[in-house]
Write a protein that binds this ligand. Structure first.
Ligand code: CA
Length: 219
């Protein structure tokens, strides 16, 4: 199940661009083009709200205050450079972060991912190499030997992004096959975890590799 983001923004070119990027990253998106529509659409199904300050009908600050009465969802504010004074008001009203337009897309995506990840309860992923045992939320993940070794390598390197080459080197040693063997194994591991929990344990870092973030080491 993918995370769903509510984009509240009235500038269509910005919406078009953010929506395309988020969907490329595997998120689902809905768009509200004004503040009243945003409040009608807002629900517990979203993982994060992207909220423009200058919205028609109901401005971003009013929307944020309404959201905060009912939800702790991560809210990331989109501001224009000249609206500097608003940042304090938004942060004190409970915004988690803000991004100034024009923004760097990779930075926006990275911030969105971080806030979504932080908002999730920690998943009790346990990988015990000696016992050849991997559990999530107390349930066994039934992995092949290779899948287990890939997961274990990422787990023992929590919070460090590992490239495909690094993963291949760690798991296969000298290897002359296709580097997409890593992607294939990650895909299988994700599918097996998805049978147990909605949590995204292995994150893809575009252009770099894979990482497991912030999972407590319990073994
Ligand atoms: Ca606007």
């Amino acid at each position: 199940m993918s995370d769903k983001i509510l984009i509240c923004e009235d500038e269509e070119n910005i919406v078009f661009f953010i929506k395309a990027e988020l969907e490329y990253e595997g998120f689902e998106t809905d768009v509200a083009y004004d503040g009243e529509e945003a409040m009608r659409m807002f629900s517990g199904e979203y993982s994060l709200v992207l909220l423009d300050i200058m919205l028609p009908k109901k401005n971003g600050l009013e929307c944020l205050r309404e959201i905060r009465k009912i939800s702790d969802i991560p809210v990331l504010i989109l501001t224009a450079r000249k609206e500097v004074y608003d940042k304090v008001a938004f942060l004190s009203a409970g915004a988690d972060d803000y991004v100034t337009k024009p923004f760097d897309t990779m930075e926006l995506i990275a911030r969105i991912k971080r806030h979504i990840q932080r908002a999730k309860p920690p998943q009790n992923l346990v990988v015990n190499a000696d016992a050849f045992l991997a559990k999530i939320s107390g349930k066994d993940i039934h992995l092949t030997k290779t899948e287990f070794e890939v997961l274990n390598f990422l787990y023992t390197n929590t919070d460090k992004v590992k490239t495909r080459d690094e993963i291949i080197h760690a798991v296969f040693g000298d290897f002359y096959g296709e580097s997409n063997v890593v992607d294939a194994n990650i895909k299988n591991i994700r599918a097996k975890i998805a049978n147990i929990t909605d949590a995204k344990i292995i994150e893809t870092v575009r252009g770099k590799g894979y990482v497991i973030r912030g999972v407590p080491c319990l073994n």
